[in-house]
Design a protein around this ligand. Structure first.
Ligand code: F6R
Length: 609
């Protein structure tokens, strides 16, 4: 992961780099650093912790320069420490920031140690900067030295590199990790994500795999993987610089939970004419692709994978579309057999998740002819690499724990089920029912958000707990999985989800008065089965917390607490039941005093394996 920013300008770039780093903290936040060139000297500052720690260091001991690079880190090789923080330096002249993993670093390091290089970090990145140093001895300039260096690197990288002897050029390159160039007026920037540069420009060049670029004050030269001059278009971003404001909310996560009615309304906006879903929303040749497909394979990670699991119930139950769902990191190495004419559907908030991207590439290698991505970031790699695209339009999601991205993924998947299902067994009547439910969804979510106070009170019972079980059945089982993931990632309480019918096959042994069992209990055809599973918990003295349809009467005796959820129709019910579980995790985490928006050890965009 990690976030990179860099710039060459006629003004001091340090404030721009710092602002950029803050906007990239979702990519990692265990240490940060920057380096600038001033009067042919390299100045570097690094600090353990978040960007604000680096900012404090720079406040106490300022540096400035018109060219520089900066980095916020999510540790892969070497623990979080100042010594391992980027930029890494060679010969007091060259500095490098890196996002990605160099797989052959041990081999390069052995050679460099023999050449007399001293290593000051445990990172894989340090070999890059020493390699550039070596290459510079025989090269004309930094650009040539970097071109030479990248030929030796195996793995993934996005790099920003400066040389104190060449203060008029910033060199950048990428392979397997994202990097954009921000085009200013008489100034150029680089960053891992457009959001980092929105305060200075809305014009961007997206580097392609293997590109190497040299940025000067008034020009940029780009070379492709074959070292040919490449013409990359300048693209205007639609994002506004203040899209990432926390408003009056205490945390981004709470803001994003409350944004869900609006986000879902945005998802649906303009995609229906006379209540009929327009298939060109997925791309101009979408209808043709949908006409040809015989099955769906969904690939995703984490929360996005849970969205895929819900969609499988919809695809198969409502439309009889054969649908498989797999965690991308497993699919990519499993040597799977793909049925002919399978539509590969990737789901990703960021569009940069390395495993999901690699799984898509693997599917293409296996002969998949059709791909579609459900994504929240228009300029992302997955969007660029997929034939069809349906944007979730959730707006920027800053909290590391995904909330509005998940529910908009679900709404978007329902659109896909309608479009594909029409070719299978989805009846006109069911389509109309689903459409009507989708349009009612923002209002229904507003109602569920009213449960906030009750859930906050409920959360007080959790602060001391070590473990929790989540139960659900059918399409609500993945919702239980999502509830457990949210709780563990932001409150650090160990939580697991089970399909309620599995309880008796092992997990029941865990039940005692200290084990809260959170159950998702909508009023559907599986309710009677679920009631029996809840009785099994009650009979063993377990503490049941049931999110239950308001029309139902309590279902078990003993230690049971009920939060009544407004009644909704079957199809959209999994989306609705997500909201109280998000609120529960949020309030538990606040009570526990964890870092809600940036939980330990995690990052928002997982661009490494
Ligand atoms: C959890 C969470 C992660 C992501 C996962 C995939 O709240 O956000 O599990 O869902 O890292 O990320 P994307 O969706 O960006 O591919």
């Amino acid at each position: 992961m990690c976030g990179i920013v860099g710039g060459i300008a006629q003004r001091n770039v340090v404030p721009i780099l710092l602002e950029g780093l803050k906007r990239l903290e979702y990519r990692g936040y265990d240490s940060a650093g920057l380096a600038v060139i001033n009067n042919f000297e390299l100045y570097r500052k690094r600090e353990l912790g978040k960007v604000k720690e680096l900012e404090a260091l720079l406040h106490a001991d300022p540096i400035s320069g018109t060219i520089g690079i900066a980095h916020t880190r999510w540790a892969t090789h070497g623990k979080p420490s100042t010594a391992n923080a980027h930029p890494h330096v060679s010969g007091n002249k060259i500095a490098v920031v890196h996002n990605g993993i160099i797989e052959n670093y041990e081999q390069l390091k052995t050679a460099q140690l023999a050449q007399g290089h001293e290593f000051t970090s445990q990172t894989d990145t340090e070999v890059i900067v020493h390699e550039v140093f070596n290459a510079l001895q025989g090269a004309n300039n930094l650009l040539d030295a970097v071109k030479h260096t990248v030929r030796k690197l195996e793995g993934a990288y996005a790099l920003g590199i400066v040389n104190a002897d060449e203060p008029d050029v910033l060199v950048a390159c990428r392979k397997g990790s994202p990097l954009v160039i921000g085009v200013g007026i008489g100034e150029y920037f680089i960053a891992s994500d457009v959001a980092a540069l929105l305060p200075v420009t809305q014009r961007f060049i997206f580097l392609q795999e293997g590109d190497v670029a040299a940025l000067h004050l008034d020009s940029v030269e780009i070379y492709d993987a074959l070292d040919q001059v490449a013409n990359r278009p300048i693209i205007e971003s639609q994002l506004s610089p203040d899209a990432v404001d926390k408003g009056n909310y205490r945390h981004y996560m709470l803001k994003e939970i409350h944004e869900q009615p609006f986000a879902i309304a945005q998802t649906l906006e303009g995609r229906f004419i006379n209540n009929r879903l327009q298939e060109n929303s997925f791309g101009h040749n979408a209808s043709e692709v949908f006409d040809n497909i015989k099955a769906v394979q969904i690939l995703a990670c984490g929360t996005s994978y849970h969205a895929g699991l819900v969609a499988r119930y919809w695809f198969e139950e409502l439309a009889r579309v054969p649908c498989q769902v797999e965690v991308a990191s497993e699919f990519r190495y499993r040597k799977p057999v793909l049925a002919a004419d399978t539509l590969i559907v990737t789901i990703s908030q960021s569009g940069e998740t390395a495993d999901t991207l690699a799984a898509l590439q693997e599917a293409k290698k296996l002969g998949a002819k059709y791909s579609l991505t459900i994504c929240n970031v228009p300029e992302s790699s997955l969007v660029r690499e997929s034939d069809l695209v349906l944007m979730t339009r959730a707006g920027p999601e800053i909290g590391v724990a995904s909330t509005k991205a998940f529910t908009t993924q679900l709404a978007t998947l329902m659109l896909l089920v309608i479009a594909v299902g029409r070719r299978f067994h989805l009846t006109g009547q069911t389509e109309q029912k689903m459409t009507a439910q989708l349009f009612r969804l923002p209002g229904e979510i507003e109602k569920v958000l009213q449960l906030n106070g009750a859930i906050k009170r409920l959360s007080e019972q959790f602060a001391e707990k070590q473990h929790a079980l989540f139960l659900g059945r059918g399409a609500h089982y993945p919702i239980a999985m999502e509830g457990a993931l949210k709780l563990k990632e932001i409150s650090y309480i160990h939580a697991e989800a089970y399909p309620a019918g599995e309880l008796k096959h092992g997990p029941l042994a865990l039940i005692d008065a200290d084990m809260p069992v959170i159950t998702v209990a909508p009023n559907n055809s599986l309710l009677e089965k679920l009631k029996s599973n809840m009785q099994e918990v009650s009979a063993r003295g377990g503490q049941l917390i049931v999110f239950m349809d308001e029309t139902l009467v309590p279902v078990a005796e003993g230690n049971i607490q009920i939060i009544k959820v407004p009644q909704v129709e079957n199809e959209i019910s999994p989306i609705l039941y997500t909201i109280p579980l998000q609120l529960l995790s949020y309030h538990v985490a606040v009570l526990k005093g964890t870092d809600v928006d940036q939980p330990r050890n995690l990052a928002k965009s997982v661009t490494v394996e």
